[in-house]
Design a protein around this ligand. Structure first.
Ligand code: SF4
Ligand code: F3S
Length: 106
């Protein structure tokens, strides 16, 4: 499966959702997750993300591994999103900020 990591937080560009063939992205207040039960590992979402937030599960960086569980868990309660929308206000300002996990709203 594929996993959305910290870089998406407070940006939520949503370019990823318009290319997913199986609509397995789910939307929260300031983050998106992938439902591991729906993802078919096609990989087309990876190059779409302007902040490179998406990784194949086996390639998630060491300091982002908690997001494997976070994606699986939040996909259960967040609604599906399958059409791109405007990024969050200030997305650009947050794009390169590290350590955003503390701001995740679930
Ligand atoms: Fe969707 Fe493919 Fe990305 Fe999985 S890898 S979330 S199926 S676009
Ligand atoms: Fe997030 Fe990147 Fe998609 S910022 S919403 S994973 S395009």
């Amino acid at each position: 499966t594929f996993v959305v990591t910290e870089a998406c937080i407070k940006c939520k560009y949503t370019d990823c959702v318009s290319v997913c063939p199986v609509d397995c992205f789910h939307e929260g207040p300031n983050f998106l997750v992938i439902n591991p039960e729906g993802c078919i590992d096609c990989g087309v979402c990876i190059p779409e993300c302007p902040v490179s937030a998406i990784f194949e599960e086996d390639r998630v960086p060491e300091d982002q591994k908690q997001f494997i569980e976070i994606n699986a868990r939040l996909a259960q309660s967040w609604p599906t999103i399958n059409e791109a929308k405007e990024p969050m206000d200030d997305a650009e300002a947050w794009a390169d900020v590290k350590g955003k996990s503390q701001y995740l709203i679930d």
